[in-house]
Ligand binder design. Structure first.
Ligand code: C5J
Length: 222
């Protein structure tokens, strides 16, 4: 097992590709493209585009290193039986989960909007975790999959920093995983939340993880 040092804050972290998974959170059309769930909530979805290039770079490096790559998607069954009423009813969106939109029904599995954006599509052998919640561990087989593959460290990127990325890192940290967020490969509709969200992860000596960036990750694996 080869160990390399990944530059990160609050300090460098030794990682072994064979014990790491790159977890790409919810890089779906529903969050990144006009007409999807993110826009129905009143967000400027163009802000998330900044994460696409860095995610691609991280994905290419992870694939080259033979690292396990896990993609997640947030969405619900077409019959909505897994969608909590409290989630559907919340706020005052222009369309609610399950309503028809230009990319099919909002946040519903199997619809075009639920797909991962072009350029980050999973390849054969890369697991895709369909999750009904914000965290990737809630009601999914992610933990089993990681344990079966002897993974102890998650390199996490995707959207949005303070919602699904954060929730997943918090869930993983409580399960004993070391988590590293790649700052430039995450994005938020709220730049301030992105910045503060990353600060929160690495504060207090890394209260629930580390923060690195794509260049450091690619360099470490090179
Ligand atoms: C949100 C997510 N923001 N993937 N989902 O509702 O962060």
């Amino acid at each position: 097992m080869t160990t390399v040092l990944l530059q990160a804050e609050p300090g460098p972290i030794p990682i072994a590709a064979s014990r790491c998974a790159l977890v790409i959170i919810d890089m779906q059309r529903d969050f990144l493209e006009p007409g999807g769930f993110g826009e129905t909530l009143g967000n400027d979805v163009s802000l998330l585009q900044a994460a696409v290039g860095p995610c691609r770079a991280a994905l290419a490096a992870a694939r080259d290193a033979g690292m396990l790559v896990v993609h997640t998607r947030e969405g619900h069954r077409p019959d909505l039986l897994d969608a909590p009423r409290a989630k559907i009813d919340r706020g005052a969106p222009s369309k609610r989960i399950g309503d028809p939109g230009p990319m099919g029904r909002i946040l519903i599995r199997g619809e075009p909007g639920h797909d991962i954006v072009p350029g980050l599509a999973p390849v054969d052998g890369e697991p895709v975790i369909d999750k009904p919640g914000k965290g990737a561990f809630h009601q999914t087989d992610l933990e089993q999959l990681l344990r079966n593959n002897a993974i102890d460290t998650l390199i996490v990127c995707g959207v949005t920093t303070e919602v699904c990325v954060h929730t997943t890192i918090r869930e993983a940290n409580d399960r004993g995983y070391r988590c590293v967020a790649l700052s430039d490969a995450c994005a938020s509709y709220f730049p301030e939340f992105h910045r503060i969200g990353l600060e929160m992860i690495k504060a207090q000596g890394g209260i629930f993880g580390w923060v690195s960036d794509t260049t450091s990750f690619v360099t470490a694996l090179d």
